[in-house]
Ligand binder design. Structure first.
Ligand SMILES: [Zn+2]
Length: 416
């Protein structure tokens, strides 16, 4: 049996609390233990408490294999849970990035051969091994930022063979890197150029989804519900079919226009509704009634040069269990950094640092159906946590643009 005692965190941010997503004032309750420590046995958290208590328990249980780590007055947080990413793709979108800086519009960039199609073409052309090598580097970036679990979507293949290819790469990343990855099928990310929208919806429903379900390649199904992509009716058809196959639902909704996407996710009993930049009061009310968790992605608003951030304060006041995520992707949000997202949440969406941390850990864990295993530092949970080189948890959101991660542990093992 392997035992690890970690002592002397200036603040051990436990997020201990009710066994459900946090709402309202609960988002501000971090359960901080000053001069805190952890006792870890076989990759799981055994005891959480003040350092002297942990030290006593560790000494009392002296055995071969006891290791003691002095945290040196640093802040400890549960590993971030990033509940919305697009991790597996080939190449980058540097041309688009520069064109946008010159003031070109999305349409102009698409016309010049940029946009999602350039990524789809490169991803289709890449071998599984090549995609894995590229994504492995990004998985390491995520760990370096203190993230230990991510959700990751397919969606840059858009054919019957290329979508499963991406999901298999996700599976391999999950098996071969310390990062835990939750797979989502996003075949309905865009309509391929050589196919009519109706034909493509049929392909997704009749062939892609059954194959993904049969091969157990995804836990969730997602749709890009937006004008020019998949409308409400098509999104409903695809998500309903996914639900019948036992997949849980997430959705890219109300990002560019308020099309009623939030209401659709409520109607279908989805786990999350993501983006929500344009969601208004009735949409927020619908999410509340159906207990759908909003996943807010300020990184994409920022990187697209927009100022249209989702209404986080109204959502918190309405009692929604808000989640924050990076939306890591090559086009609209090329950041793996959850600390950067915390900064944006505080400065642009007026969330407090404590609310942002709750949204990026325990609430995110519940949105991935893993709230009972990760997202907080409590006895019995998996020992996934990050140590930050600061004394106060608020510094993680405050000093932006500088990595403060000191070390990262997954299942009780130091991986960074
Ligand atoms: Zn996305």
């Amino acid at each position: 049996m392997k035992t690890l005692a970690l002592l002397h965190a200036s603040q051990l941010v436990t997020l201990a609390g009710p066994k459900r997503p946090r709402i309202g004032k609960e988002l501000s309750e971090l359960g901080i233990i000053r001069d805190g420590g952890l006792l870890i046995r076989d990759g799981k958290i055994d005891i959480v408490g003040p350092s002297d208590e942990i030290e006593k328990a560790a000494r009392g249980a002296v055995r071969a294999g006891l290791a003691i780590v002095d945290l040196g007055g640093r802040v400890v947080l549960p590993g971030f849970v990033d509940a919305h990413t697009h991790l597996v793709f080939a190449g980058n979108r540097l041309e688009d990035f520069e064109r946008r800086a010159r003031g070109e519009s999305y349409e102009q960039i698409a016309k010049a051969g940029g946009g999602i199609w350039s990524t789809v073409e490169k991803t289709r052309g890449a071998s599984e091994a090549d995609l894995f090598a590229q994504a492995k580097k990004r998985a390491d970036w995520l760990l370096r930022c203190g993230t230990t679990t991510v959700e990751s979507k397919s969606g840059y293949g858009l054919t019957l063979d290329d979508e499963p290819k991406i999901l298999r790469v996700i599976q391999r990343l999950n098996n071969e890197t310390p990062l835990e990855i939750v797979p989502t099928f996003l075949g309905a990310h865009a309509v391929p150029r050589d196919t009519s929208p109706d034909e493509y919806v049929d392909l997704v429903i009749d062939e892609m989804l059954p194959r993904v379900a049969k091969e157990k390649l995804a836990e969730f199904c997602d749709v890009f519900c937006e004008r020019g992509y998949f409308d409400i009716e098509q999104s409903r058809e695809i998500l309903s079919a996914a639900k019948k196959l036992g997949l849980k639902l997430r959705g890219h909704v109300d990002q560019l226009t308020n099309s009623g996407g939030a209401k659709l996710m409520a109607e279908l009993g989805a786990t999350t509704a993501d983006h929500l930049e344009k969601t208004d009061e009735p949409g927020i009310a619908a999410l509340k009634t159906a207990n759908v968790q909003p996943v807010l992605l300020p990184g994409s608003v920022y990187a697209l040069g927009s100022t249209s951030y989702p209404r986080a304060r109204e959502m918190i006041d309405a009692g929604l269990a808000v989640v924050l995520a990076t939306d890591f992707n090559p086009g609209s949000s090329p950041t793996p950094s959850m600390p950067m997202i915390l900064s944006l949440a505080c400065t642009q969406m007026k969330m407090s640092p404590a609310e942002a941390i709750t949204a990026a850990t325990i609430n995110a864990a519940y949105s991935l159906n893993r709230g009972d295993k990760i997202g907080s530092l409590e006895s019995g949970k998996v020992a996934n946590f990050a140590v930050f080189d600061c004394e106060d948890y608020r510094e993680i959101a405050y000093w932006f643009g500088i990595p403060q991660t000191h070390s990262v542990y997954v299942r009780g093992e130091r991986v960074r």
